[in-house]
Write a protein that binds this ligand. Structure first.
Ligand code: 13P
Length: 287
């Protein structure tokens, strides 16, 4: 069964750990994340961007696949199926197609429009018990072709959005999607602290989890971050393992070309990355 992310994140905030959101791209990804969560007795959030949903033939296909796997693989840990960086229209579609948690990213609008649109999504989700994530201050880097500069959010605007009844809040604190550049100056902990002071119990979300050093992750969690998104790191692990398999010529030996064999090293690599993150975030045995 899919659950909203509300309860798992409230518990994480209280317990001073974070739940990982791992973005999924296909069947192997989904199976790897679900099995790793179960093996580590950890709650988990499956992130699906609109681009990834389109690639996987729509939100309805994703929901059916995830529900089928939860059943067949006997997954009993809490699993939330979450729209990542949803547009207004995308959010409505994901709600209609059975997602259990929605991010509406209105960070590229002015604050008034972000407030208005977030309010509507909160009202829609409330009728169905779905959790809502909102965003203030765009996250840098590229996601589905949208490039953000890595803004630092205004804590007062964060407070305004937090008060709309959202369940979790993503705020730009110098984090970016993808690999961090050499000259990255790190997370703005002063901003994070100011946001936490104003938003109190609200679970905060750290996007761009790939490549953030362990000490910064620990500090972010100590300052109220309860959900950390990881996408690129699983892609890099998958690609490296697949590359190794091919470069070693294993696809040319026997039935090594069988997709179930060819994709297996990448699958195992995603599992290892997800396990490492769950340990780092402190969500192991918190299901
Ligand atoms: P990374 O790809 O940098 O891990 O970021 C993931 C993310 O924040 C998804 O919303």
């Amino acid at each position: 069964m899919l659950v909203s992310a509300k309860e798992m994140l409230t518990k994480a905030k209280e317990g001073k750990y974070a739940v990982g959101q791992f973005n999924i791209n296909n069947l192997e990804w989904t199976k790897a994340v679900l099995l790793t969560a179960q093996e580590n007795n950890s709650p988990v959030i499956l992130g699906v961007s609109e681009g990834a949903a389109k690639y996987m033939c729509g939100f309805n296909t994703v929901t059916a696949m995830v529900k089928g796997m939860i059943d067949t693989l006997k997954i009993t840990v809490p699993v939330a199926l979450h729209l990542d960086h949803g547009t207004y229209e995308g959010a409505k579609q994901a709600i209609a197609d059975g997602f259990s948690s929605i991010m509406f990213d209105g960070s590229h609008y002015g604050i008034e429009e972000n407030i208005e649109k977030t309010k509507e999504i909160v009202a829609l989700c409330a009728t169905q018990g779905l959790s809502v994530e909102a965003e203030v201050g765009s996250i840098g880097g590229e996601e589905d072709g949208v490039i953000g500069a890595g803004e630092v959010a205004d804590p007062n605007e964060c407070k305004q959005i937090a008060d709309l009844g959202v369940d979790m809040l993503a705020a730009g604190i110098g984090n970016i999607h993808g690999v961090y550049p050499e000259n990255w100056t790190g997370l703005s902990f002063d901003t994070l602290d100011a946001i936490q002071q104003l938003t109190g119990k609200m679970p905060l979300v750290l996007h761009g989890g790939t490549g953030i050093p362990e000490d910064m992750i620990a500090k972010a969690i100590s300052l109220g971050v309860s959900k950390i998104n990881v996408n690129t790191e699983c892609q890099l692990s998958f690609a490296a393992a697949t590359r190794k398999y091919v470069e070693e010529g294993k696809d040319l030996k026997g039935k090594g070309f069988d997709p179930r064999k060819l994709l297996n090293p990448g699958f195992e690599a995603i599992k290892a990355t997800v396990k490492e993150k769950m340990e780092l975030f402190g969500s192991v045995n918190k299901a």
